[in-house]
Design a protein around this ligand. Structure first.
Ligand code: SAH
Length: 346
């Protein structure tokens, strides 16, 4: 099978898949994410959404959609921080796209004060209403495939089950449909190496584009990745905050890949959407006033809280931490709407 199928089975097999069987977050889990690190993250995304809702003309009904909401912490912080924005809560119809039954239960508890609905696919959203969609560390979880470029030729990396019940990496023929996803500059370049591509991600972005074109609105993607398409292997396997081998206990490790933001932007541009960014997470959060907000929280905090506000802020925006590896990209149906936070184009 190709690597993408292997990744998909490891993460989302209905019985044994990584996300299906556990809550992977936090110190006791395998990894942590921006909303789990600090409430400041969700507060900034909340402010961004409220501003954009006003720029859309404060529609009296809109779909507030999150894809891959994890523990529901980001949505809870967004809703808490926007409760004083007149009309925003009354207008928001909350939809979470989540495949994990374990995480769905946690989201239900965290968001029990709100009228929340769950979907498996964007096609299940009600038609007509405008959409504000967010996804933090969702795109990196979508299965990627790896093409190996050598001697002006592409092969695809595959996984084979060997006689002794172990897996091995193999090479399989790269079909025309997968080669079509490789950008011309990569096809033409003299360099050799691995190119990662994701038909699942491409399809998902297309479905977001169609939704935004049809119903109007905007989408915000935050993830680790690169601003430009390039050769390079980024597939990573993590267990208990440590890197692991791709074939270690399949289904019990997180497997992700860096997001190619140029590819996301190009799909959206081809679908006639306005694209903002990518900018670094640090630049985005600073532009939205995260430091100012941290100071305000700090002023009324006890010693332990002060420490956690400072370390949380640093982790989110410092260049050596999440500040520059993580990127932010927004899509909007209307080129005249200027979402906040995108002044520093990469
Ligand atoms: N946004 C959260 C969680 C990121 S982890 C945070 O920042 O903390 C990835 C999330 O995406 C998990 O909730 C996982 O269950 C979900 N997910 C992964 N692939 C999915 C898919 N194909 N459909 C729906 N949800 C998916």
């Amino acid at each position: 099978m190709d690597i993408g199928r292997y990744m998909e089975l490891c993460l989302s097999h209905p019985e044994h898949g990584y996300y299906v069987t556990r809550d992977p977050f936090g110190v006791a889990g395998d990894f942590t994410t921006a909303p789990e690190i600090s409430q400041l993250f969700g507060e900034m995304v909340g402010a961004w959404l409220a501003d954009l809702w006003i720029k859309l003309g404060s529609p009296t009904e809109f779909l507030l959609v999150e894809c891959g909401p994890g523990r529901g912490t980001l949505m809870a912080d967004i809703l808490r921080s926007t409760k004083n924005v007149p009309g925003f809560h009354e207008a928001a119809r909350i939809y979470l796209m989540e495949m994990s039954p374990v995480l769905k239960d946690i989201q239900k508890q965290k968001l029990e004060a709100y009228d929340t609905r769950w979907i498996d696919d964007l096609s299940q959203l009600p038609p007509l209403l405008p959409v504000l969609l967010i996804a933090n560390e969702f795109l990196d979880a979508l299965p990627i495939r790896q093409l190996i470029k050598a001697n002006d030729n592409f092969q695809e990396r595959g996984v084979s089950l060997m006689g002794n019940d172990t897996f091995e990496v193999t090479e399989i023929t790269a079909e025309a449909t997968i080669l079509e996803t490789v950008p011309a500059k990569i096809l033409k370049a003299a360099d050799e190496g691995v190119f990662e591509t994701s038909p699942v991600l491409n399809q998902y972005i297309k479905s977001v584009d169609i939704l935004l074109k049809k119903q109007k609105g905007a989408a915000l993607f935050v993830d680790y990745g690169h601003a430009r398409s390039s050769l390079g292997e980024t597939l990573q396997v993590v267990k208990s905050h440590q890197f692991a081998d791709l074939f270690d206990t399949p289904g019990s490790c997180d497997i992700t890949a860096h997001v190619d933001f140029e590819n996301v932007a190009n799909i959206a541009l081809a679908d006639d959407l306005a694209v903002h960014g990518p900018v670094t997470q640090g630049a985005f959060l600073r532009a939205l006033g995260i430091e100012h907000r941290a100071e305000r929280l700090w002023a009324v905090a006890n010693e332990a809280q002060k420490e956690s506000i400072s370390t949380g802020l640093k982790r989110l925006i410092d260049t050596e931490q999440m500040g520059s590896l993580f990127k932010v990209l927004a899509l909007c149906h209307d080129p005249l709407i200027r979402p906040e936070g995108f002044d520093e184009d990469l």
